[in-house]
Design a protein. Structure first.
Length: 372
């Protein structure tokens, strides 16, 4: 029987928390996951997993299963809200492929890889301290490592990183929904002046849709005169199945650990979904953190620059996709449509490779375990 490295308590049973549970268990830790909900339910809408996430899932032993949801290669366009084609591309121009799936399906796959006895459902964490104590309504437990994976509204972050301040409200409205029907022929994204939307094919003949808008836009009605298939995809969904809300973000801490406590996922770097990297970075975090633990300073050094850069790009990306200015949108349309498709695809592939496709699990030589 393998000797335990130590005891790890994980606050939050979402993508980051379950990924951390799998990775830490593989590294020899004795793991307990605290999840506030009584059961894993169909929360949220779709997630997109790019090449970096698939590599992290390979480490977790789940890459092959997740790749069964790979989006088949097909044409995809970038258009403006009048229907003018700005860029012609294909799904395979995203190096390494893309997976689109319901968040609940990803959670189900991750949860199935974590032994039931390691998960405490309905466990409300009321306090965590730097010494590794987790207090719930049922009592207190001591851990060698505490992983805060409790999301954008992280209570752990608020308690132990109070100088970060509150979650930032962006003022940007967002809508996400999934349709149980095949994606139409014209998939891709549409860029407007104040808003953007996208259509992504999913395995199992389903379609992922998303939209985001700056003020003054506050309703999906804004998109009803946009080019097909946008209006029909809005008309086809039950309003009760649309996940709505304001986009939120946080300031990335200078240090992602404190004492025996470490931040991962949205608790560490919640950002706008411009790059579709929320779930991807959470899975990266889980792998790197488990490789480094208990050297949390090393984890922070390996991760902070990357996630901070992603946060900055995500924050400013909407200046291109929905700039809020008629003149800027017109210049954007002119510049992108004037670029030959081949050149646009080369730029797309280069950006995708640089930002996403180059991530690899850090080698053992780069991970030096020290005192925390």
């Amino acid at each position: 029987m393998r000797t335990s490295v130590g005891r790890a308590g994980i606050v939050g049973g979402g993508i980051a928390g379950l990924g951390a549970a799998i990775a830490l268990s593989q590294a020899g830790w004795e793991v307990t996951v605290y999840e506030r909900a009584d059961r894993f339910t169909e929360v949220g809408a779709g997630v997109i997993l790019s090449a970096n996430a698939l590599r992290a899932l390979d480490v977790l032993g789940l890459g092959a299963e997740i790749r069964s949801h790979l989006i088949e290669d097909r044409p995809g366009t970038v258009r403006n809200q009048r229907g003018r084609i700005l860029i012609n591309a294909r799904i395979d121009d995203f190096v390494g492929g893309l997976v689109a799936m319901h968040r609940a399906d990803l959670i189900s796959i991750l949860a199935a890889a974590v032994p039931h006895e390691q998960v405490r459902l309905g466990a409300e964490v009321v306090r965590v301290d730097e010494q590794g104590r987790i207090e719930t309504l049922d009592g207190t437990a001591q851990y060698d490592l505490v992983v805060a994976a409790d999301g954008v509204h992280s209570r752990v972050r608020a308690a132990l990183w109070p100088r970060l301040g509150p979650v930032r409200r962006t003022g940007i409205a967002a809508w996400r929904w999934i349709l149980d029907r095949p994606a139409p022929g014209n998939v891709g994204v549409v860029w407007g002046r104040h808003a953007e939307c996208g259509v992504v094919p999913m395995a199992g003949d389903r379609t992922m849709c998303f939209a985001a808008a700056r003020p003054p836009v506050r309703s999906l009605d804004h998109f009803l005169d946009w080019p097909d298939p946008v209006p029909s995809l809005i008309a086809a969904v039950d309003p009760a199945r649309i996940v709505t809300g304001e986009l939120l973000e946080i300031a990335v801490p200078q240090q992602l650990w404190r004492g025996r406590v470490v931040l991962i996922g949205d608790a560490a770097h919640a950002m706008r979904p411009t790059l579709g990297q929320g779930a991807c970075l959470a899975l990266e975090d889980a792998v790197v953190m488990a490789d480094c633990a208990p050297d949390l300073a090393r984890y922070s050094a390996l991760r902070r620059r990357r996630v901070a850069a992603m946060s900055i790009v995500s924050r400013h990306g909407m200046r291109l996709t929905a700039p809020g200015s008629t003149s800027v949108a017109a210049l954007r349309d002119l510049a992108t449509s004037a670029l030959p498709d081949a050149a646009a695809v080369r730029l797309l592939r280069a950006a995708n490779t640089r930002l996403l496709g180059t991530w690899e699990r850090p080698s053992r030589e780069t991970i030096v375990v020290g005192e925390t």
